[in-house]
Design a protein around this ligand. Structure first.
Ligand SMILES: [Zn+2]
Ligand SMILES: [Zn+2]
Ligand SMILES: [Zn+2]
Length: 343
């Protein structure tokens, strides 16, 4: 994440702010132009009054680039669902911005927003099917209970996971979508991914069942970023993709605060993604050792409770180069990217 300043008074503002806390200006964010003063330019996203979306829309009365990816919102007759929806969208906007800046497609061949997000809650009806967070055919379903800190922490402990956040969920689920999109009609890419993550034609349902019954094989951390990554090649890809995003975003944020020497890495997401993963991982490990210690000094949980073993970095490199390749202009097979869409 970059740092942003108020267009009116130059005070630092947070990415999620709708109002500058120093001068009171109403803030409007455009993914290409940054922040402006709502009074001076543009149209607010139609979701602004309800969920404090601070992004701009192409015209009055329509959704912004991020909100239009959400095709199902939670049942708003449940009052607490408005806050859950807001929390999810607040975590989703940085993701959409990152995908946009990386030049990954944000629309399908028909020009419709993709991936689509369906934010659903359990109805309390015991006979109704459970809402499972996951991806299928360009649609990401997110159980809105994940927006409740206490509930998410309960699930994290129950599943024995070291890390569970909305940001992590979103980065993981979009990976499944981009596996599909970036390998569509590209057998060469599919072969490359299969060579490094394994054969995804392995029965997915059976693989997941076996994972939940038996757990990860001993020594998994020498080859996988998480225990869940061992479940199936698709999950390995999604878990590893999420960690490529964690590294890129974490490093850009650290750069913005002067925590990384300018000579060590070129500045900004667009440049970082073009660096070999081994260099990025080296800088990240150095940074996270320090941040882990700072967190411990505060009595917090470990900031980055993961090991980047060399085979994991090699998998991250495959994903990083796939992203760069998808972004290159000569990639004729890719659907139109978001930047090719009308403003
Ligand atoms: Zn201001
Ligand atoms: Zn919006
Ligand atoms: Zn998954």
């Amino acid at each position: 994440m970059q740092r942003y300043r108020c267009p009116s008074c130059d005070q630092e503002i947070f990415f999620r702010n709708t109002v500058c806390l120093a001068c009171g200006s109403q803030l409007l964010f455009d993914p290409d132009k940054g922040f402006s003063d709502l009074a001076e330019a543009g149209h607010p996203c139609v979701n602004r009054p309800q969920i404090n979306c601070n992004w701009s829309a192409d015209e009055a009365g329509v959704l912004c680039l991020s909100c239009r990816h959400t095709t199902v919102v939670p049942d708003l007759s449940v009052p607490a669902n408005i806050e859950r929806w807001e929390r999810i969208e607040t975590a989703k906007r940085p993701l959409i911005l990152m995908l946009h800046r990386l030049g990954l497609p944000l629309a399908d061949r028909a020009g419709l927003s993709a991936p689509r997000f369906e934010l659903k809650g359990e109805t309390g009806d015991a006979t109704a099917p459970r809402v499972l967070t996951g991806h299928a055919g360009g649609t990401i379903t997110l159980n809105i209970a994940e927006a409740d800190d206490a509930e998410r922490e309960r699930i994290r402990a129950e599943m024995n996971e070291p890390y569970r956040t909305l940001t992590g969920h979103l980065r993981h689920e979009v990976a499944h979508h981009y596996w599909d999109v970036l390998t569509d009609a590209r057998p060469d890419r599919l072969d490359r991914l299969r060579a490094i993550f394994g054969d995804d034609r392995l029965d997915y349902g059976a693989a997941l069942q076996a994972h939940y019954a038996e757990g990860a094989p001993p020594g998994w951390a020498g080859s996988h970023i998480s225990a869940y990554a061992t479940a199936h090649p698709w999950e390995d890809f999604a878990e590893t993709w999420a960690h490529v995003f964690h590294l890129l975003d974490g490093l850009e944020t650290a750069q913005a605060f002067g925590l990384i020497e300018p000579q060590d890495l070129p500045e900004g997401l667009e440049h970082l993604v073009r660096e070999p993963m081994a260099r990025l991982a080296g800088a990240w490990v150095e940074l996270t050792i320090a941040l882990n210690a700072v967190n411990e000094a505060m009595g917090h949980e470990t900031f980055y409770p993961f090991v980047l073993a060399p085979p994991v970095v090699a998998k991250q490199e495959a994903i990083r180069s796939l992203i760069v390749e998808a972004n290159s202009a000569d990639d004729a097979a890719a659907p139109p990217s978001a930047s090719a869409l009308p403003q």
